[in-house]
Design a protein around this ligand. Sequence first.
Ligand code: XUL
Length: 514
Amino acid sequence: MKPLYLGIDASTQSMTGTVIDCGTSTVLLSESVNFEKDLPQYATQSGVCVSPDNPLEVWSYPLMWLDALEMLLGRISKSVDMKKISAVSGSGQQHATVWLNSQSAFSPYDISKRLSENIKPFLSREKSPVWMDASTSAECREMAEYVGGEKNVLQKTGSIMTERFSGAQIRKIFKVEPENYADTKRIHLNSSFMCSVLCGADSPIDYCDGAGMNLMNIGDFSWDAEMLSACAPNLAEKLPKLAPPAEVAGNISAYFCKKYGFGENVKVVVFTGDNPSSLVGLGASSAGGAAVSLGTSDTFFCSAKNFNPVENAHVFCNPNGGYMGLVCFRNGSLAREKFRELMGVDWKFFDETSFENYAPVNDGKIILPFFVDEISPKISSAAPMFFGFCSADSKQSRIRAFIEGQVFNIYLQAKKLGSIPEKIVLTGGASKSFGIARTFADVFGSEIYRLETSQNSAALGAAIRAASRDYELAGLESSFCPLIHVCSPRPEAAKVYSEKLKLFEDKLCCACKF
Ligand code: XUL
């Protein structure tokens, strides 16, 4: 009998567990707990809360994540023989910080109580600022200035100072809540917090997720003393140690053996960020791999051998060694949804009818497709901007220009990271759209693929990482992430789009803040 491996993804809206069987190369089960629906007592919307006074302030609750973990394990243990699980790993939404008043919050747990009851007394803040929080522009400026400018921050950490990254968030809390900051003995990321909870011991932050903090020196994978001083006093002693992504954090805590039936020697491999984990779960972590996740926000990510930091993009570490590039776009599915409503059409019209028999043309009609301020590139907008349209233009041509605008923007930002990939895996809800897939193929000149089965790629990536203790990662990726070819670039599109892209870039540059 071959062992099973469990991957847990603690993402923004839900927590997902995926169990894989390496004997049969099958995903045995995938279960999800939805924060808003399954845990209504926390009153989140899509897993987060937005401040009524400041829409840029967005947070979630670590105790909710713990209740979700127990609910998830309860559901999984009804269908899986938990004794067969040999190792667990996981991933979490990047950048979110968890604030604790002790470094030994995680053990021993009182089994008669829930995890959330066990951990509650150790939280120095009940809220965790999450990646959707953009309220730290002042702190970004201050930290960049302290270290001699954004170029230095970029070289050291792989990203310019970024509002949602943990460093600026920590500095803000230090400034606004100095007592909470002083009381805090440990600041975890969502990923290292969940890992610590499972091990019942304070666990490291892995290099991949550590790179999303603007605090880790990405050249030597250590906390950067200058960035730490720029952020807040005595920070080094409040941060966990950093560890390579394959490190075993420990054995699973007895609490989970007694309550959910795990065996005693289950290894817990350090958790990582959801994006590095998805790189693995999409089978894209080896050289040349690239993927676009079309979700609430759109994300482009690719594996990269060398460290090539550029503004507007982020360099993280790759769980498979080397680096990964990532660009995050705020105007993803919500913008698509709003534009569809604006056009007054259904999804079939939006992503099929509008693209039927469509051959790209450079008709000079451009849309900058932003409904909310975009972060890549930084541009303020509360509505799409139309250029070259007249009232006679059809809904189809507007929809096509809108989707082209989204893909043009992703292309331009991705290009800055280096080479344009030959092959792109599309994932996320909108990846099923024919029109979007076709536009990606034509604009990027790349072959477009989708996963054969729709999985939560971060949870699958986590299960694969757990299994990579016993099996080779590349082999696991090809067994568990079979791809379907969706479409090829049309040769006639290349010239048309290279011209239209220039036009788009001009409009974009004029609209950009800098
Ligand atoms: C990446 C980012 C998001 C979150 C979402 O920098 O902020 O993709 O990781 O979970």
